[in-house]
Design a protein around this ligand. Structure first.
Ligand SMILES: [Fe+2]
Ligand SMILES: [Fe+2]
Length: 318
């Protein structure tokens, strides 16, 4: 369980103070990719995961907060839909996900990243990997048949195949500690800017809405397709920087090459045989993943290329 973060604008300030006993704010018209909207959504969604220390767990189903969250989700979802090409060609979306973008963050880290770059990257990703594969678990009750069975097979691996020591969130914590970082749950949330919050908020948004199950499956497939090659680059980056704790990445090189095949053929394939009308949502899941990941990558590269931190300016640079 994490601690409530510091607010980043009027909406997040209102939500965080409401969770501690104040009145709820209204949504207004926030920037769909801005800090205030994304911290607000992240806090709302976290109530469905581990929650926050000192916050009544019943806030999870507070009708006023859910109504506010819905307004914020609409702003974000509209921006995602407006930001992608769309269409129903799933095979083309798969092909696009397999194209490697050489300007990506893992390429930078492999080629020339220093230890501080690596540590920043791990801090960013920690707000997902602390709950790795949790958002995708919401797909389980929303699928049937082989798609369900195969998605659960992938999730079984993500959660360590019954062994806590092999759970991917645990392996990520091991990596954080090896880098001298605090690996307690969401310890660095205050330092992580909107472009990364948006990546995780998109997963929670897709996971919590049955109507977006096609997008969730498309996102999951996209993530599994892109992870194996980027994990190989990250393992080489760690080797080059003399970091011995490479298991998190080497595990993903192996596992995600298999997961990619299962997701493509047995989950996406079976889902579309059953519900062909979801093809557009599956494509949306692929394209929206590329959109938020590209925005995150551009943010990080812009900061690093200018020799600046990619973490929040307001953070204290731990
Ligand atoms: Fe994983
Ligand atoms: Fe995986």
């Amino acid at each position: 369980m994490g601690h409530l973060p510091r607010p980043r604008g009027p909406i997040s300030e209102g939500i965080i103070s409401a969770l501690s006993g104040g009145a709820l704010p209204t949504a207004g018209s926030p920037d769909p990719f801005g800090e205030d909207l994304h911290l607000s959504l992240y806090v709302c969604y976290e109530l469905h995961y581990q929650g926050f220390a000192g916050v009544d767990p019943d806030w999870e189903w507070d009708p006023g907060l859910l109504a506010l969250r819905r307004d914020l989700e609409r702003v974000f979802l509209t921006a995602l839909r407006d930001g992608v090409e769309g269409g129903t060609d799933v095979a083309a979306a798969v092909e696009a996900a397999m194209i490697d973008s050489p300007g990506g963050v893992s390429h930078f880290l492999e080629d020339k990243g220093e230890l501080w770059h690596l540590r920043e990257y791990v801090v960013h990703r920690s707000i997902y990997h602390h709950k790795e594969a949790d958002p995708h678990a919401w797909a389980i009750p929303r699928l049937t048949g082989q798609a369900k069975a195969s998605l659960v097979a992938v999730e079984f691996d993500e959660f360590g195949g019954g062994r806590y020591a092999r759970m991917h969130s645990k392996l990520f914590g091991d990596l954080m500690r090896a880098l001298g970082l605090d690996d307690s749950y969401l310890a660095r949330l205050d330092d992580v800017p909107a472009p990364m919050l948006a990546v995780v908020n998109m997963m929670s948004l897709f996971g919590l809405h049955r109507s977006l199950r096609g997008a969730l499956v498309g996102h999951f497939a996209s993530a599994e397709i892109t992870t194996s090659p980027s994990a190989a680059r990250m393992a080489r980056a760690l080797d080059r920087l003399g970091v011995a704790e490479t298991v998190f990445f080497t595990e993903h090189v192996e596992a995600d090459a298999v997961h990619e095949q299962i997701l493509r053929h047995d989950v996406v394939g079976d889902l579309l045989r059953r519900e062909p009308e979801l093809a557009g949502d599956v494509v949306f899941g692929f394209q929206a993943t590329d959109l938020v990941e590209s925005r995150f990558g551009a943010h990080v590269r812009n900061a690093w290329d200018a020799g600046r931190t990619s973490l929040r300016e307001a953070s204290d640079g731990r």
